[in-house]
Design a binder for this molecule. Sequence first.
Ligand SMILES: Cc1cc2nc3c(=O)[nH]c(=O)nc-3n(C[C@H](O)[C@H](O)[C@H](O)COP(=O)(O)OP(=O)(O)OC[C@H]3O[C@@H](n4cnc5c(N)ncnc54)[C@H](O)[C@@H]3O)c2cc1C
Length: 421
Amino acid sequence: MYDVIIIGAGVAGASFANKISRFAETLLIEAQDYNKEIPVRTNIFAEHNKPYIEEKFWNDQTIFPRPFLQLNYKSDKYDGLLNSEEFGAPLGKISHTEVFLKKLLNNFDNQGGTAHYNERIIKVNKHKDYIEIINDKGEAYKSKLLALATGSRGFDLQRSLGFEIPDSYMGIYTNIFADEELLDGNFNFQYMFHLNPNISPNGPFFFNVGKGRVSTGYLGNKESHNELSDKLDRILQNYEKIQKFMNGLSWNKNEFVSGSISKHPIKSFTKDRMIILGEAAGIVTAYFYEGILCGLVCADVASDLIKTLLENNSNFTKAELIKYEQEISQILLKGYFRNGDACEYLFYGGGAYVKSLWSTYTNLLLTNETVRKYVYEAHTIQDLSKYDTDRDRYVGERLFSALPTLSKLTLGPRFFKAMLK
Ligand SMILES: Cc1cc2nc3c(=O)[nH]c(=O)nc-3n(C[C@H](O)[C@H](O)[C@H](O)COP(=O)(O)OP(=O)(O)OC[C@H]3O[C@@H](n4cnc5c(N)ncnc54)[C@H](O)[C@@H]3O)c2cc1C
């Protein structure tokens, strides 16, 4: 009998496995064959993630080969640049996330944790004193507690356990490998977030610039792989606004990766003997689609609580696990997530006004130092439970005042509603 079984070794599951295996007999099960390869991902890792990872990982240059120094909130008209040097330390780091996962899992292994890769869990049976988990080969394992960290790929299992399912969308990306010098010449930023409703009314087109590689793609709605893939190919080839970044880069359409991304947190993250972590619970910010932070926070909060419950010989009832939900809510949902909800309401959905609103915002970023400072501080704040939504209100008000009179009349009610989010 294990103390804890974790299903899913993404950022949420691998971080939780790494932390909890110091105190608990832990089994981690992942459907992908990580022994062959952990899929390459190049991500933005904001400075506000720092409290949730170990110092030795934070300082590891194989995981984080580049600082995140400059962002570009790009519109049709402007490169809305924010350079961290204006305010001090970097905005964060760029992560080669597969290296991060590998190191978390090595640590897990060294601490005595057991990992099974290339194994899918297809059934879970709940009993009063334990949970039984059955894989696709018919093998069964028992545990006192089950942690679901299945991202957007385990919804059937999640449903069968009585958990809600978050809203789910499709996205596509690819990693383009190139000389560092070439990339440095093409990109004067590490992260570009670009809104254009013709690309997608539901999410950004982005560049995440790593070391010797850049990840690019966009987040859409419910399109098929072929639709997403054809469009990404056309954008990379022809979209005038990004051609200056594409000089000398080549890509292979067959390597494009599409998949679901979920957001809008479900109501409850716990049941008797069960918790749910990260994207599976829809704990991803609604506007920037920041999911790594959320996986890390879930792992941190869960391991602190489970450690105490194990020490007290707990039965892991919902009443005891509820503290996990309360803490997640305190750190993420009550403050920081409201920024995402308001921006999602203003900028997504495909209204005709979005292009000009986004242009006005990117110009505001270029011209208003306080707005830049607030964006900088949202990336670098070390205690997210103290995130101050008044700052978002200030930016919202400045944005509204910068709009042409006619837009003010039409968008007034929308801004008012966004402020209430
Ligand atoms: C294109 C794109 C770019 C992004 N960029 C960023 C970024 O720069 N910064 C950021 O913060 N966030 C980013 N995100 C969001 C972020 O990457 C995700 O929200 C986060 O990684 C989710 O982590 P997770 O561990 O919750 O889930 P996942 O990483 O999805 O892991 C879930 C794991 O569970 C396994 N699994 C599922 N079901 C089963 C089963 N039944 N049995 C066994 N295993 C199972 C899956 O194989 C998978 O490995 C991006 C998302 C996308 C789509």
